[in-house]
Design a binder for this molecule. Structure first.
Ligand code: NAD
Ligand code: GLY
Length: 362
């Protein structure tokens, strides 16, 4: 078991990474002084897999624990579901300030964080991420939100968890497509900050896809450490530093939106966006073509998509203009200079974007 601290003024918190750490949850809650009343938000699939183990460990340590399930879908990240949960928690524990535990992937994590931030103007919140994507990315850094009909993550706040408990043995039940999805974000960390991590992935991706727990724990820990350091420097994304976490996301988000959030999972869309970002970086003579080739080769080896299928270039460009990364009318891309080093560029000429996009979109 390894521990990292996200050091923030007034709201630092530990990230615990390791195999079979779930039963340690009540001990950590006690140490952090988060009370003995817990509300767990999860979905039916994850509850069936891990709910009982969590409940047993909590009850053994004399915690009260109540589970609420939400639909297993991005549709659960809605204002309706969030306020329905808030009402149910209020009815269950009107006299208490329970700790809210998110047991699930990024959907459950983002939704539960939003609920915790709003209920009684904020109750303690703990992330128990169960997907690779959530363990390396969404559970860390306090971006919590629900979607609106007008767009994804439009109602949200920064609300840091008090603890992230990433049990890598829970990933053994994750479908391979979801492992790939999370690996896209791990590859992103290698490109933006850590060439050694990138090289590790080149050597070990098959083991990771096959569920090698040592390799998985290594990449979760390395990724969490990078995200923690970036968040520490720019908690609320006001200094332009946290922006580097969006490598591949300018096009990635546009692909997700243009596909109606159904065609590609987040990591898959980010993988496509990273291909375009590398192509733009080469065209702007920032990145050596050999480095870009290494990124493309690794993404393909992992089984992440190589082409954008069934979504036209025009739709993607239109969706891009609605992205939060557009400042006024200027676009903003995170581009790669060398593996482990990126730079944020504004107003990349549209012709360069279009040429890079054309390589993978119809
Ligand atoms: P998800 O939460 O939908 O989980 C993917 C699937 O895996 C679901 O069907 C889920 O039930 C299943 N699952 C979860 N754990 C499992 C396990 N251990 N074994 C078997 N199946 C399991 O998807 P996700 O990729 O984890 O998260 C995507 C969400 O995260 C999106 O809403 C996205 O906007 C958000 N996100 C947030 C941030 C952030 O910083 N807050 C960053 C990236 C993504
Ligand atoms: N997922 C990007 C961020 O947390 O800033």
């Amino acid at each position: 078991m390894k521990q990292i601290t996200v050091k923030l003024k007034g709201n630092s918190y530990p990230i615990v990474v390791g195999g079979h750490v779930l039963p340690l949850l009540p001990e950590f809650l006690r140490k952090l002084g988060l009370g003995t009343d817990a509300v767990v938000i999860t979905n039916p699939l994850v509850n069936r897999l891990y709910g009982k183990a969590l409940a047993v460990s909590m009850l053994k340590q004399r915690f009260s624990v109540k589970f609420f399930e939400v639909e297993d879908s991005e549709r659960a990240k809605s204002a309706e579901v969030a306020f329905d949960l808030i009402g149910k928690i209020a009815s269950y524990a009107a006299d208490k300030k329970p700790v809210i535990i998110a047991l699930g992937g990024g959907v459950v994590g983002d939704l539960s964080g939003f609920v915790a931030a709003v209920y009684k103007r904020g109750v303690p919140f703990v992330q128990v991420p169960t997907t690779l994507l959530a363990q390396v990315d969404s559970s860390i850094g306090g971006k919590v939100a629900v979607d609106l009909p007008q767009g994804k993550n439009l109602a949200g706040v920064f609300y840091q968890p008090r603890l992230v408990l990433a049990d890598t043995s829970l990933l053994s039940t994750l479908p391979r497509r979801q492992v790939r999805n999370g690996l896209a974000e791990v590859i992103k960390y290698g490109v933006i900050k850590d060439e050694q991590l990138f090289t590790f992935l080149e050597k070990n991706y098959t083991g990771i896809l096959d569920g090698d727990t040592a390799a998985l724990s290594h990449v979760v820990l390395a990724s969490a450490a990078i995200k923690a350091r970036v968040v520490e420097l720019d908690e609320k994304e006001t200094k332009g530093l946290r922006t580097i976490l969006n490598f591949g996301h300018t096009i990635g988000h546009a692909v997700e939106a243009a596909g109606g959030y159904k065609k590609y999972h987040h990591g898959e869309a980010v993988a496509l966006g990273m291909r375009v970002a590398c192509a733009i970086s080469c065209r702007m003579r920032l990145m050596k073509p050999l480095d870009a080739e290494r990124v493309e080769t690794l993404l393909s080896a992992v089984g992440l998509p190589e082409e954008i299928k069934g979504i036209s270039q025009d739709r993607i460009l239109k969706a891009m203009q609605f992205d939060k990364k557009f400042l006024g009318s200027k676009n903003r891309f995170v581009l790669c200079e060398a593996l482990g080093h990126v730079v944020v560029k504004e107003a990349v000429p549209l012709a360069v974007v279009v040429k890079a996009l054309r390589m993978i979109a119809g």
